[in-house]
Ligand binder design. Structure first.
Ligand SMILES: Nc1ncnc2c1ncn2[C@@H]1O[C@H](COP(=O)(O)OP(=O)(O)OP(=O)(O)O)[C@@H](O)[C@H]1O
Ligand SMILES: [Mg+2]
Length: 364
């Protein structure tokens, strides 16, 4: 295991015209479980393949602790990688497939047997160990692929690229908690690629959010939820995502239209900003108070456990998550309040501050 450090690493597939991965400096810390989360095409696989050595980056250098590996091929990096679809020797038995990465590295036979049985037990493969891989369904084959990635105990890192895509949804949950268990036991550095926020948030110690070839924020799940550093994180994490509303800093206050919604944090020049507040934190009252904005209720989704109240402020739609069976009615005018400690200001999509309480006036 090692810290994996990327120094100014970037990659272009077209000779520098566009960057699939913009030059970045970033360290994957030893023994942590990371989720690499982002939408399709944002560069997740590219980043993973750079770590494993399948791709040599266009620019930058890579270090495993104090050993530079920038030009070192995959075989010399001691990395285990699991891909989205099964990579197996179909004519071999499940046992031999699991043993292969160890035999290849001349691990003693007894130790191989121990490791194979250990992994097989964890992944529920005991019943099929003697079966040829070709005869398993694709979901099971993928579990064997996963086992091949986890069977080696001495690796710099285990990289998993959407490894559960072809696996049955019910089994996914079980496998994900197994993976966590294996991570606790072995202390491998894990990087788990996914575009599914639930998968990322339940699995990882730290979630790295990638968008458009750049890391926009990394942190524990709660941090990404409560304190998004970028509008993209606000949208991509949470369901529904963060509300965004155009506003303006005018002297000491932040205004939406002509209404004050809070105090400006200080140190920011006057001008347009965007307010970001999650539906969970928007408060609704029936009477006007300042700070707050008037909003017209446009619809209510009754979700059973809670309601989602849709409201319009000027031209903009917002959602508030309220208790179930709320009494809000379509077309009613209500007032929305944005709690200062849960409401952030963004410029060019990047957080530039938080709303501050307005002194002497009620603040949610
Ligand atoms: N071999 C390639 N040649 C040219 N362009 C590529 C190649 N591989 C990826 N790209 C482009 O680089 C960008 C990043 O792709 P990448 O596969 O890393 O994204 P991803 O986040 O893994 O997406 P997905 O979730 O769909 O797997 C995309 O615009 C993609 O079209
Ligand atoms: Mg990919």
């Amino acid at each position: 295991m090692a810290d994996i450090r990327l120094e100014g690493v970037g990659h272009s597939y077209d000779g520098g015209e566009t960057w699939a991965l913009k030059p970045m400096t970033w360290t994957w810390r030893s023994a942590r479980a990371y989720a690499l989360l982002g939408p399709s095409g944002c560069g997740k696989t590219t980043l993973l393949n750079i770590v494993s050595g399948l791709i040599t980056p266009t620019t930058g250098r890579i270090w495993f602790d104090d050993r530079e590996v920038t030009g070192v091929p995959t075989a010399g990096r001691n990395i285990a990688q699991v891909f989205q679809f099964p990579v197996l020797y179909e004519e071999m038995t499940v046992y031999d497939n699991l043993a292969f990465p160890l035999r290849n590295r001349k691990v003693p036979k007894r130790e191989i047997d121990l490791r194979v049985r250990e992994v097989s037990r964890l992944l529920g493969l005991d019943q099929v160990l003697r079966r040829r891989s070709r005869r398993l369904d694709p979901g099971r084959q993928q579990i064997v692929s996963l086992g091949r990635g986890l069977v080696r105990s001495q690796v710099a890192a285990v990289l998993l690229d959407e490894p559960l895509t072809v696996v049955d949804p019910a089994l996914k949950w079980t496998l994900r908690s197994k993976l966590k268990e294996i991570h606790r036991d072995t202390g491998h550095t894990l990087i788990y690629v996914t575009h599914d926020q639930t998968e990322a948030l339940t699995f990882a110690d730290e979630v790295v959010v990638l968008n458009d070839g750049a890391i926009v924020q990394a942190g524990e799940p709660a941090e990404l939820f409560l304190s998004p550093a970028h509008e993209f994180v606000g949208h991509f994490i949470g369901s529904p995502g963060m509300n965004v509303l155009p506003a303006e800093i005018v002297g000491d206050v932040v205004r939406v239209g002509r209404e004050d919604v809070g105090a400006a944090p200080g140190g920011l020049p006057d001008g347009p900003v965007r307010i970001g507040v999650r539906p969970e934190f928007v408060r609704i009252t029936g009477t006007r108070t300042s700070p707050g904005v008037a909003a017209k209720v446009t619809g209510i989704d009754r979700m059973g456990a809670y309601d989602l109240v849709h409201a319009r402020v000027g031209e903009h739609d917002l959602i508030a998550k309220t208790e179930a069976d709320s009494a809000y009615l379509p077309d009613a005018v209500e007032f929305l309040h944005f709690p200062a400690d849960r409401t952030f200001l963004f410029r060019d999509e990047v957080r530039c501050g938080s709303l501050a309480p307005l002194n002497g006036r009620g603040q949610g």
